[in-house]
Design a protein around this ligand. Structure first.
Ligand code: 13P
Length: 246
């Protein structure tokens, strides 16, 4: 799976042009690659319509922690499903850092997504200071423990995990393939500790300055099952080149 997180970029018109460019070249991709684009909320409806039947999946970057009601400004998982959205990114480090999303809120968001039938892409990753003080395994374990490890097995089986070291996001500083594989293997082992053989099937994506020049090496690692791409997903050429490396 290769997913593009557009973050807060592009107008609707620019987004439609970008997805059009992707659709025109989708046939260049090898069989079996799931391509997902996660534009801002405003784009979901027109983009979903435009890409219907194209084979490209549409994802959102966030969803509400509640099902419905008096939550001004929020967009529920069910609303996402109603416009054909099949994925939702939950727990991105930017949401954790700038909007104070903690394990409690993230558990609720995950529950809402699963209830609405929208596949969650749950993000985890350590900060630079945590890696420098060699606490990265501990941090990753804690981020899984309070949210993912509390799920029942049938819900767990629907989840995608994305490892995004915060120090690699938008910095141009990618984790080496060895660093990424080490954490991915640790994530899978941690998941297997609770969910056994189900963990073998869980897609674990890598995100953080992934680009055409480093994607193939990252994707070649045993426990890296795809990528969550930020900056490079805003250029059709780069995003497709990364997907082709899968
Ligand atoms: P960059 O690819 O721009 O580093 O962003 C990664 C990311 O945060 C994807 O969710």
């Amino acid at each position: 799976m290769v997913a593009g997180n557009w973050k807060m970029n592009t107008t609707v018109a620019q987004g439609l042009a970008l997805s059009q460019a992707l659709m025109e070249r989708i046939s260049e991709l090898p069989q079996g690659v799931t391509l997902v684009v996660a534009p801002p909320f405003t784009h979901l409806f027109p983009l979903g319509k435009q890409m219907e039947g194209s084979g490209i999946e549409v994802g959102a970057q966030n969803c509400a922690a509640n099902q419905e009601g008096a939550y001004t400004g929020e967009v529920s998982a069910e609303m996402l499903a109603s416009v054909g959205c099949t994925y939702v990114i939950i727990g991105h480090s930017e949401r954790r850092t700038y909007y104070g999303e903690d394990d409690g809120v993230l558990t609720k968001k995950l529950t809402q997504a699963l209830r609405a039938g929208v596949t969650p892409i749950f993000c985890i990753g350590e900060q630079l200071r945590e890696r420098e003080s060699e606490r990265h395994f501990e941090v990753i374990h804690a981020q899984l423990k309070e949210v993912i490890l509390t799920l029942n097995p049938s819900d767990f089986a629907k989840v995608v995990i994305a490892y995004e070291p915060v120090w690699a996001i938008g910095t141009g500083k990618t984790a080496t393939a060895e660093q990424a594989q080490e954490i991915h293997a640790f994530i899978r082992k941690t998941l297997a500790g609770t969910f056994g053989a189900l963990a073998v099937q869980t897609p674990i994506l890598y995100g953080g300055s992934c680009k055409p020049s480093n994607a193939a090496e990252l994707f070649a690692q045993a426990d890296i099952d795809g990528g969550l791409i930020g900056g490079a997903s805003l250029q059709a050429e780069d995003f497709l080149a990364i997907a082709k490396a899968f």
